[in-house]
Design a protein around this ligand. Structure first.
Ligand code: GLC
Length: 786
């Protein structure tokens, strides 16, 4: 069928069945029902003003299959593979009931109202008590019994209960052993969610403006719901691999000599590091896209030196453009007419770091194009990535600390809207302009953009961090809970300022935060201007040694971390995952917020309290290996040792883990791939490789390697399957087989895909682990161990 809506015969007067929608009028409002492939239902309810194009949704509605629709008296029933959705025409309410199962799986809409200044809906949750997501929120881990506001806000040194913060993702995930669904309320104005707080069986939603846009995302499991939400709002593109390395930031490293010394110290102290950040003081009087002539007189030379030493540099860029008629960016923006104006036609002027500023209207394509071009100068100097800050937007000189409502945006379709109606997408659209601009400037390269403010769908453009947190153990614990909920809200590339932005952590807190950092997608230390030094060596030799080992672990695990990013870019699932995504049948998994699954193989139980060197760990179904010593554990609760620097890490029996030897940065290719087989009779694992920097992986320049270990009739074989033609940089592949007898010597026969057999003998195993190494190539087919 073509794109033109084809009307189907009207069964009920006033109800229009189009190919891709069902439309009718209820109390002077238009109600439109759509289906997104094939388990997400969209209900749009609006008055005279039709809905605006969504900033979040990128998927198109599908043809509603005729056989999926049934009409009873006053009802339309949509049969999905995940359940039945019944919409009642008489009172514009719905009930979603997953097939074969009863409450508390169902969700109903009990009532709704769409007026000019208030949009609202009440949802019945029928006994459900586990709710997650909602993006960057403090509040308890499980959001049931709480209420919160969606309004991007700059709140430095926020408390562990402060709300709202920098990002708004109005996506709520219900997940328990009965099943899961997601509720995405796509509206970028100020909105509130009350999840069983004022009425234990009701979710109350309210928004200040716009239309009621409800997406009910269904699925057969919590992971299935997140994948469907990712199909709707997009997935994270693969970042450059350097963005997965350790990153060092502070407000601010300057002048140039200090930056070069910092880089030298990392290399001399043999602590791996990939990225150095330059905060606002690199600029000339905080003018975006300029360099301070006093502090950075030779930026290109400095960047060349840093690059030669394996560092990348990320600079901050804020939205406020200094009002200064001698400043090129201001003049160019004025000429292009891209700065925001108020209703009365005057430019909106707000104060940020540079003093009086004007602000680009990022919601408009012309502005985003202009913005993207402005990065040209810094890119040509050699800056590698960009950090968009203050984009909630944050301004200093009014009570609300943001743009007033009389600021008017001009959207891509030419329509004019008051800032209040679109406030929550300003930061995301800024990051979009940055990313798209970088893509045009250097089409072969993968851009890296970090943003503070964001909205649903923002994962398509940038990584995000949790803003100006605080140096305390309470914030360390909060950071993990935030990652888990941000991840299930569709944003996998997340991090927090290691050590806490405001304040100065003691050595123990900093080291524990680094330990969590190893598994945090964005691993960046950052701190406020007056904080004490925060480099990994700043706390004395004893800690320097531990901190080095922790950061080295990040580099050793890079093949796993990169593979986890790749998987997430394909599925939309988080990289750092709540236990319930992997173990949806386990009731306990829903309450645990101080452990997580990393990628698909590791269970990590970080230490989040001060003064402790052990902690209790819950291991879900299966047998688990201690990652460090190979000791095995059954499922259940265990108290395990966790001395400083040794985060408890477990690997599921039957997993094969890929590591590499330590390198100073990702610019130095590691030559050895280390394959650890956490043996069961049948173990397997896969790993993904590409060049880590270009977009060539999209045209087939990648390799996925699947390794299978099989023990059958006393004979042990390792079999390799390759998909793709990219040859990774490894020269040697080293195997570690756990659960081997001590002092045993084994014969190894390697068969390649041409049938050639090579023979090796292992050294006697000393520790219960068998180790051997062979040359790495894509032609390895099978290893037999005799
Ligand atoms: C904001 C940012 C912080 C940055 C500072 C100065 O507070 O959140 O990361 O260091 O501004 O640019």
């Amino acid at each position: 069928m073509g794109n033109n809506p084809m009307e189907r015969p009207e069964k009920f007067p006033g109800i229009k069945h189009n190919e891709k929608s069902i439309i009718f009028t209820y109390q002077n409002k238009t109600v439109k029902l759509e289906l997104f492939a094939p388990q997400t239902i969209h209900l749009s309810i609006y008055g005279k003003e039709p809905p605006r194009k969504s900033f979040a949704v990128i998927e198109s509605p599908m043809v509603i299959p005729e056989e999926a629709v049934k009409e009873n008296d006053g009802e339309v029933v949509l049969k999905l593979h995940t359940g039945t959705f019944t919409f009642n025409y008489n009172n514009a309410t719905f009930l979603f009931n997953p097939s074969g199962k009863n409450n508390p799986q169902s969700l109903s809409m009990e009532s709704m109202s769409v007026e000019d200044t208030s949009i609202s809906a009440l949802f019945g949750i029928h006994g459900a008590r586990n709710f997650y997501g909602l993006g960057e929120k403090t509040l308890p881990y499980n959001k049931y019994g709480t209420s919160c506001v969606m309004w991007n806000s700059d709140f430095p040194a926020y408390s562990v209960y402060h709300d709202p913060l920098y990002e708004s993702i109005p996506f709520l995930l219900k997940a328990d052993t009965h099943g899961a669904y997601g509720l995405f309320m796509d509206n970028p104005s100020r909105s509130t969610f009350d999840i069983g707080k004022s009425n234990p069986d009701i979710i109350k939603y309210q928004a200040d403006a716009g239309t009621l846009e409800i997406y009910l995302v269904t699925g057969n499991s919590p992971a299935g719901v997140i994948e469907a939400f990712a199909n709707l709002t997009g997935k994270m593109p693969m970042p450059p691999i350097w963005a997965l390395g350790y990153q060092q930031s502070r407000w601010s490293y300057y002048p140039e000599e200090r930056v070069l010394k910092l880089a030298k110290d990392f290399r001399e102290k043999n602590i791996p590091c990939d990225v150095i950040y330059l905060d606002i003081d690199y600029m000339n009087g905080y003018r975006c896209f300029t360099w301070s002539p006093e502090n950075f007189p030779r930026p290109k030379e400095m960047l060349d030196k840093l690059h030669a030493d394996g560092f990348k540099v990320v600079t901050i860029i804020d939205p406020g453009i200094k009002k200064d008629s001698s400043y090129g960016v201001y003049k160019s923006g004025m000429k292009e007419g891209i700065f925001l104006r108020k209703k009365d036609g005057h430019f909106y002027v707000g104060q940020v770091w540079p003093g009086d500023c004007v602000f680009p209207d990022f919601l408009n394509e012309k502005t985003r194009d202009w913005w993207g071009r402005e990065y040209g100068a810094l890119v040509r100097d050699g800056v590698d990535g960009f950090w968009n800050d203050m984009n909630e937007p944050s301004v200093f000189n009014n009570q609300k600390k943001t743009f007033p409502p009389d600021v008017v945006h001009k959207l891509d379709d030419g329509s004019l809207v008051s800032h209040n109606e679109v406030h929550n997408v300003y930061g995301m659209e800024m990051a979009r302009g940055t990313r798209e601009g970088l893509g045009r400037l250097e089409p072969e390269k993968r851009p890296f953009v970090l943003t503070r403010a964001n909205y649903a769908g923002g994962q398509r453009f940038s990584a995000m961090w949790t803003g100006d947190n605080f140096a305390s153990f309470a914030h360390l614990k909060l950071a993990l809970e935030m990652y888990l909920n941000i991840g299930v809200s569709g944003q996998p590339f997340v991090g927090s300022d290691v050590g806490g932005f405001v304040g100065s952590p003691g050595p123990e807190l900093f080291t524990r935060w680094l330990e969590l950092g190893v598994f945090t997608p964005l691993f960046r230390t950052h701190s406020v201007i007056d904080s004490k030094p925060r480099e990994p060596w700043a706390f004395g030799e004893e800690y320097e040694h531990i901190n080095r080992q922790i950061i080295e672990r990040r580099y050793m695990l890079l093949p796993e971390i990169y593979t986890a990013f790749h998987n997430s870019s394909q599925t939309g699932l988080p990289i750092i995952m709540p236990l319930y995504l992997s173990f949806p049948e386990d009731n306990k998994a829903y309450d645990i917020s101080d452990e997580f699954i990393f990628g698909s193989k590791f269970l990590v139980a970080p230490v989040l309290d001060s003064g402790v060197t052990s902690r209790s760990v819950y291991l879900p179904d299966g047998k688990w290996f201690n990652f460090y010593d190979g000791k095995t554990f059954n499922s259940g609760w265990h108290v395990v040792n966790a001395p400083l620097g040794m985060t408890p890490i477990f690997v599921k029996e039957g997993s094969i883990v890929f590591e590499q030897n330590v390198v100073p940065s990702t610019a130095t290719p590691s030559d050895t791939l280390i394959v650890s087989i956490f043996k069961s009779d049948s173990s397997e694992g896969s790993v993904y490789f590409d060049d880590g920097k270009s977009t060539s992986y999209r045209s087939g320049e990648f390799t996925s390697m699947l390794v299978k270990y099989r023990l059958a009739d006393g004979s042990e074989n390792i079999v390799f399957e390759f998909d793709g033609k990219y040859h990774p940089h490894y020269k040697i592949i080293k195997f570690r087989l756990l659960k081997e007898g001590k002092g045993v010597t084994r014969e190894i026969f390697l068969t390649d895909r041409f049938g050639k057999v090579s023979h090796y003998t292992t050294k006697p195993g000393q520790t219960g682990t068998l180790e051997f190494a062979i040359p790495f190539s894509l032609s390895i087919k099978k290893i037999s161990i005799k």
